[in-house]
Design a protein around this ligand. Structure first.
Ligand code: GLN
Length: 305
């Protein structure tokens, strides 16, 4: 597999010129658009990597399924799904339009920004320091890596420019979807997005999700199986924003992307995969990263469908 990954990274890298790094969060604009890395764990714990697999990046929306898992485990299905739906939107991740038109007064799913903001408001704790520590501990546990932290400059960069998210949050409060201090919730959301990790970390987390919450390396159950079924199905239907359908057809692997260029991909019972390529397509997904996954899926027959 190693030789194949090396080859795929070289072949896919050229696509980076067709995309752009996210610059609506100014600090993300500094990313090197040519970076591309992949990391894969198999069920026996074998690890393969190629390209810039050791480079840290902010996980952005890849944090959404992770914080969602935490909320689900802490509060249960009923409470979590009273706040967000389970349906794909077909709209961009930062779209506001359906917040008013969807009659249930909740965001359509937990992976659009409005849904993720609603979910992070459920995390319990005295203050944001305690809450972000709780989120970080959970992600460190899943990744089996203590060295995962928040990138303060990316956090601050989004905090000063994130008015679109700010407007969504005020709207959610107005319709009674969230309670509490709006600016504090928003800060927590920006912090979760600014968590830094590598492809290797994403692959490690995905390996646990691929085995119903059981970690085949540590040989123990880390998450309840039901929680992983819920999050994996939502990743399959809503994980790649308004490109989720095309991605299902071409790649067929439950995945979650972020505008930092990361993609976490879960091949049930087989592989945990992490990809990083900050040059994004028009929908906000890593342009070369999607190609890497498509090649891998073809070669190893990874589509779940
Ligand atoms: N922090 C980003 C935002 O809210 C995350 C979006 C993303 O990765 N799609 O805009």
């Amino acid at each position: 597999m190693k030789a194949f990954l090396d080859e795929v990274v070289i072949n896919s890298k050229v696509l980076s010129v067709n995309g752009n790094v996210a610059n609506y969060i100014p600090a993300l604009g500094k990313a090197n658009s040519e970076d591309l890395g992949i990391a894969v764990y198999d069920h026996e714990g074998n690890f393969y990597e190629a390209g810039n697999s050791d480079k840290k990046f902010t996980i952005q929306s890849v944090s959404k399924p992770l914080v969602f898992l935490l909320a689900l485990i802490d509060q249960g299905e009923e409470i979590v799904f009273s706040k967000v739906g389970m349906e794909p939107t077909g709209d961009p991740f930062n779209s506001i339009i359906r917040l008013e038109t969807f009659d249930k007064h909740k965001p359509l799913n937990p992976f659009i920004n409005a849904g993720a903001i609603s979910i992070v408001s459920l995390v319990k704790g005295e203050d944001n320091i305690e809450k972000i520590e709780k989120i970080l501990s959970f992600i460190r546990l899943l990744a089996d890596n203590e060295n995962i932290n928040v990138d303060n400059s990316v956090f601050l960069s989004e905090k000063v420019t994130g008015d679109r998210n700010r407007s969504m949050l005020y709207f959610l409060k107005a319709i009674g979807n969230i309670e509490g201090n709006v600016e504090e919730i928003l800060d927590l959301y920006f912090m979760q997005c600014a968590i830094k990790a590598t492809c290797k970390d994403l692959a490690r987390i995905a390996l646990v999700l691929a085995h119903g919450g059981y970690d085949p390396i540590r040989k123990k159950q880390i998450l309840p199986k039901r929680a992983t079924q819920i999050v994996n199905s939502l990743m399959a239907t809503c994980g790649m924003y308004d490109e989720s359908g095309e991605f299902a057809v071409k790649v067929g692997i439950p995945s979650k992307s972020g505008v930092g260029g990361g993609i976490l991909s879960v091949v049930p019972k087989r592989y945990g995969i992490g990809v990083f390529g900050p040059s994004l397509d028009i929908k906000g997904n890593s342009i070369a990263g999607v190609k890497v996954l498509e090649s891998l899926s073809d070669k190893y027959d990874l589509s779940i469908y």
